[in-house]
Design a binder for this molecule. Structure first.
Ligand code: C5P
Length: 218
């Protein structure tokens, strides 16, 4: 029988993008396939954890043994994360839109013929990871992700402090990560940086969960 080192633990994972409606047919979103987050959910479930996967709009099957909560917007994702607490481990992989439209039009915005585009006023979305880290129900291990195109480690290190997470897992999205199957993860924590080799997202997920298991066993 396969070892189940995360048996009895609740792992909360966010994945995918969020969609922030502008009107009934248009939205603002980040580019995210959800593949890495879903792979991490699958790996956590395989390790015996109870897994709650809060997912934005993606085109992926639910991994076996995972409880999935589908959301569309950042505010819905924040509420779903809150509703899923308490958790032992939180892994926030979602590419949450930083801004949403200040006012959502109830009807499709039409070109008015003047050639002038409609004004688009943005407001900031809640930071789900930072909010969770400050919460009195903060999981003992909180892991954030950072998709960066440059100075990957430096940005992740800054993010660690700013968000209040235990680890920031940085990935370089300048190359081939987005929507692809290969990822290179750098795990940044107070202990330093551990860079994994280029791996299939499933193998990268397994390596990350293995590190979680190691740390919990200490
Ligand atoms: O600084 P940045 O927003 O890129 O940090 C990314 C990390 O923060 C990811 O773990 C992401 O899931 C999380 N995040 C969040 N809520 C936001 C923005 C980012 O949870 N509104």
């Amino acid at each position: 029988e396969a070892p189940r080192p995360l048996a009895g633990r609740h792992v909360l994972i966010t994945a995918g993008p969020t969609h922030e409606p502008i009107d009934p047919v248009r939205y603002i979103a980040n580019r995210s396939s959800g593949k890495q987050g879903f792979a991490i959910a699958a790996a956590a479930a395989k390790s015996g954890a109870r897994v709650t996967l809060v997912s934005g709009p993606v085109n992926l099957p639910t991994p076996p043994g995972v409880t999935r909560v589908d959301v569309e917007t950042a505010r819905q994702m924040a509420a779903a994360v809150d509703a899923a607490l308490p958790a032992d481990i939180a892994i926030m992989v979602a590419a949450v839109a930083d801004w949403r439209s200040a006012g959502e039009a109830t009807q499709k915005i039409k070109k008015d013929g003047s050639g002038a585009p409609p004004p688009l006023q943005l407001v900031e979305n809640p930071d789900i990871l930072a909010t969770l880290c400050k919460s009195d129900r903060r999981p003992p291990l909180v892991i954030g992700f950072a998709a960066e195109t440059n100075d990957v480690i430096a940005h992740a290190t800054a993010k660690l402090a700013r968000k209040g997470a235990d680890w920031i897992v940085a990935n370089d999205v300048a190359t081939h990560t987005m929507g692809g199957d290969i990822n290179r993860l750098h795990i940044v924590s107070a202990a330093g940086v551990e860079s994994l080799p280029e791996l299939h997202k499933d193998a990268a997920a397994a390596a990350l969960i293995e590190k979680v298991v190691d740390v919990l066993a200490r």
